[in-house]
Design a binder for this molecule. Structure first.
Ligand SMILES: [Zn+2]
Length: 211
């Protein structure tokens, strides 16, 4: 599907503690934002902290993948603070020299979904982490097909770069809740484009409601 919505056309919802809050290069959060109710997901891997509802969904999903496909998914990186993201960005910048290159794969502080506690970088036991080849592994394929059933979406799919502002990341999933994940999966569009659709529908409701 063609996606052509400009980043600045999608207005984020106001509820930063809600599961549909939009965050990207243009819509950033403050250095002081720390989600409430976070916990460690009971899965294998590192940095397993997520917001409570996302942690529960992740546990359910990883268990289902093990059951279905006998694949052990791991946690590579869940919640990251603003400060941690700052460090990651400046380290990347040192390596690649230009901001344009660093921006391709690393979010600036305040522009990462990981700060919301709703994003997870998924790995597969015994495989290389955070690589495009994740899409070809059994775990990556299973995630693409099934993550929506547990309330997650693939946030940075191939070809969505102009809309999301980020390169292809088959390992990065974002929790939005089961109902929204099913709707987004069916439309197969980036979150930014989906938010635009939602806003248009809400406006339509208001117009029809007035008559
Ligand atoms: Zn990520």
């Amino acid at each position: 599907m063609m996606v052509s919505a400009p980043l600045d056309a999608a207005a984020p919802q106001h509820d930063i503690d809600g599961t549909m809050f939009l965050i990207n290069r243009d819509w950033r959060v403050s250095r002081y934002y720390i989600p409430e109710r976070m916990r460690q997901a009971e899965v294998k891997g590192q940095v397993r902290t997520l917001r409570e509802e996302a942690a529960a969904a992740l546990e359910e999903m990883y268990a289902a993948c093990k059951e279905d496909a006998n694949i052990t998914l791991t946690s590579v990186s869940g919640y990251r603070s603003y400060g941690k993201q700052s460090t990651i960005y400046s380290n990347k910048l040192k390596r690649v020299k230009t901001k344009a290159k660093a921006d391709r794969y690393v979010a600036r502080p305040g522009a990462s979904e990981h700060q919301l506690g709703l994003a997870m970088d998924v790995g597969q036991k015994g495989k290389t982490n955070l690589s495009e080849s994740f899409a070809k592994y059994g775990g990556g394929k299973w995630i693409r097909e099934n993550c929506w059933k547990y309330g997650f979406i693939l946030r940075y799919d191939e070809g969505w770069e102009d809309v999301t502002g980020y390169g292809y990341e088959p390992w990065h999933i974002r929790y939005v809740g089961k109902e929204m994940a099913a709707a987004i999966h069916e439309k197969n569009i980036p979150l930014e484009s989906f938010m635009l659709l939602l806003r248009e529908e809400q406006l339509l409701d208001i117009i029809i409601g007035d008559k």
